[in-house]
Design a protein around this ligand. Structure first.
Ligand SMILES: NC(=O)c1ccc[n+]([C@@H]2O[C@H](COP(=O)([O-])OP(=O)(O)OC[C@H]3O[C@@H](n4cnc5c(N)ncnc54)[C@H](OP(=O)(O)O)[C@@H]3O)[C@@H](O)[C@H]2O)c1
Length: 308
């Protein structure tokens, strides 16, 4: 990578994008993000507004960049934030990148994204992948499974529940598989893909596959807890997550996320691309994991402006 080449990273003040940006900065690149946030004082990351309603401004923010690393997406719909809007916004971003002369896009998607999926998250991701394939940009589409790491929401909140409650409810039989991948490995895969030139679609999956119940038990084991696992129907499980959601003022999980988890969509048939084992990471981090609840609403909905 030439010194001081400019890269755009959406989500550089967020979770996965933060790790991508850190690696690019470490390689001597300039990083600009397109965001709703002002960004921390003294950050080496330049911030430009996420102005999907002003494609010209978006194009100017992208000018001079060689590669766009895109992590922009929403976890669930709320008010004007819809999956359809997120698809349209991403198309606007891709068009703006084309007209700004950006050469390559590294797009973070999800395993088993498909325009035919009945689940809106996976369906929207499928539409976005198609828009990227149809664009003039060279592309690498990175498809992670469940991403774990220090600022993660799902694993942290599983740990939070295990710390607080003597019972841990599992939707259905808990046998559905997950193959978690470390956020640092996803960032490495993305940055390596950015340095390439051909079109590629890569699953970013970790080395170990667990059933969801095994995953929860592994987290509990490293935390030194032994909650009673209670198998509940997805309907009852969803009602319980809603109850907890009222208490913590968050959407803990959506019904569609539960269905996606139970459909076993967070695994891949590809060779593991990430080397970090969840068990090794838990050995280092279980002490602090889940000490406080991480709210998706606070992180991505209440704090920032709603994005149409
Ligand atoms: N986390 C996982 O376990 C996981 C698993 C598989 C795939 N992925 C994919 O990986 C990518 C990054 O995920 P992440 O968890 O690291 O996300 P994140 O950092 O929380 O957010 C990434 C980006 O989405 C924007 N965003 C998030 N919620 C938004 C909202 N409600 N309204 C408007 N913009 C919003 C953020 O904008 P700001 O910069 O303005 O905050 C940022 O650009 C996503 O495409 C996701 O689908 C994640």
């Amino acid at each position: 990578m030439p010194e001081q080449s400019l890269n755009i990273v959406t989500g550089a003040f967020g979770y996965t994008g933060r790790h991508i940006a850190a690696r690019l900065l470490a390689k001597g690149a300039r990083v600009r993000t397109i965001t709703r946030r002002p960004g921390p004082a003294g950050s080496r990351i330049e911030a430009a507004p996420m102005s999907f309603d002003d494609p010209d401004a978006l194009r100017r923010s992208l000018e001079g960049a060689s590669t766009l690393y895109n992590t922009y997406w929403i976890r669930f719909e709320k008010g004007p934030v819809t999956f359809q809007a997120a698809v349209e916004n991403t198309k606007i971003l891709v068009k703006a990148a084309e007209s700004a002369g950006v050469e390559r896009i590294v797009h973070v998607s999800i395993t088993n994204a498909s325009a035919d999926s009945p689940l809106p998250y996976f369906k929207g991701k499928g539409f976005v992948e198609q828009a990227i394939r149809d664009s003039r940009l060279s592309y690498a589409i990175i498809r992670p499974t469940l991403v774990f790491g220090s600022e993660d929401v799902l694993l942290n909140n599983i740990a939070w529940a295990i710390r607080r409650f003597p019972i841990f409810p599992i939707f259905g039989d808990g046998a559905y598989p997950v193959q978690p991948v470390f956020v640092g490995d996803v960032a490495d895969i993305a940055v390596n893909a950015g340095a390439g030139s051909g079109n590629a679609v890569l699953d970013a999956v970790g080395p170990d596959e667990y059933s969801f119940e095994e995953l929860a038990r592994l987290v509990a084991l490293f935390m030194g807890r032994r909650p009673k696992v209670l198998h509940v129907s997805p309907r009852i499980g969803f009602a319980l997550t809603k109850l907890v959601g009222y208490a913590v003022r968050d959407v803990v999980l959506t019904r569609s996320e539960i269905d996606g988890l139970m459909a076993g969509l967070l695994v891949s048939r590809s060779e593991p691309a990430g080397a970090t084992r969840l068990s090794e990471w838990l050995a280092e981090n279980a002490k602090t994991l889940g000490r406080s609840y991480v709210s998706e609403l606070r992180r991505n909905y209440r704090g920032g402006r709603y994005m149409k």
